[in-house]
Design a protein around this ligand. Structure first.
Ligand SMILES: [Mg+2]
Length: 267
């Protein structure tokens, strides 16, 4: 019996970069109430965890008591947030338990390498950015390249690099320019750059420690479990992993775990 359900976010719980749908929110609340610790791990920043997951759970009826079992592993788990007890939900009650930021020097090096690589390859899409948006973002524990920025439409993002070939080329060149960092492909247009070891294995290792559980207690869900994908390291470290194509697959699996009948076809 698993104690912890851990999830990639983009494409696993949601349509990349958007709030989780009602069905996923309801299933996560049901899992919390069934006694599972729920641990999303993603490259996103803390405020995005609030927008995409926490606020949705609260909207769908999660109480502060439910949120005690929700553990946010932000920026691939290089930051960890827990909810402190309170009568009414208040965003201010989230507490950062730990954080391992990159140095300014490291951020600069990574940003230069990715920008140079993307420009050389003709994949630097500055002209397509929305006002105030940025391609390279310092997420403290990692630097993230989002080819079309944060605010681009989902359709445009899906269309930009469906076979990951553009990003693979950028990663290959960036790795030549700044080989001391690791580059992972995630989401639909993103590359996350980190110091080696600061990937989801780092987050998962800390998760095991913080929650006081063993590897075999955890079930992980991710859409990028292929070699080179940002969920692959979790699978490789020996955590039981379910590969999903979308949040629909995740919902299907969660209904199975909760013992809710899956209807293959409605009569
Ligand atoms: Mg994903």
């Amino acid at each position: 019996m698993k104690k912890v359900l851990s999830f990639d976010v983009d494409q696993t719980l949601n349509v990349a970069k958007t709030p989780i749908p009602d069905e996923i929110a309801d299933l996560l609340i049901a899992c919390l109430r069934a006694g599972f610790a729920i641990c999303p791990i993603s490259g996103q920043k803390f405020d995005q965890f609030l927008v995409q997951i926490v606020n949705r759970l609260v909207e769908r009826g999660a109480t502060p008591a439910d949120l005690i079992n929700l553990h946010l592993f932000v920026a691939q788990g290089t930051q960890y947030y827990k909810y402190g007890i309170s009568d009414q939900y208040d965003e201010k009650n989230w507490q950062q338990i730990y954080s391992f930021p990159l140095t300014d020097e490291q951020v600069k090096k990574i940003a230069n390498a990715i920008e140079t690589a993307a420009k050389e390859l003709g994949f630097w899409e500055e002209d397509k950015l929305a006002d105030g948006d940025e391609i390279i973002e310092n997420r403290l524990s990692q630097v993230t390249f989002s080819a079309l920025g944060q605010k681009a439409g989902t359709k445009e993002k899906y269309a930009w690099d469906p076979d990951c070939k553009k990003r693979e080329a950028i990663v290959k060149r960036a790795k030549e320019l700044a080989p001391e960092f690791d580059y992972e492909i995630g989401g639909t247009t993103s590359i996350n750059a980190i110091t080696p070891g600061m990937n989801k294995v780092f987050g998962m290792t800390h998760l095991l420690e913080e929650l006081g559980v063993k590897k075999e207690d955890v079930l992980y869900f991710g859409d990028m479990t292929q070699p080179g994908g940002n969920d692959y390291p979790v699978k490789q470290m020996g955590i039981d992993t379910i590969t999903v194509r979308s949040h629909e697959d995740t919902a299907f699996a969660l209904r199975g775990i909760l013992g809710i009948t899956n209807h293959f076809c409605e009569a």
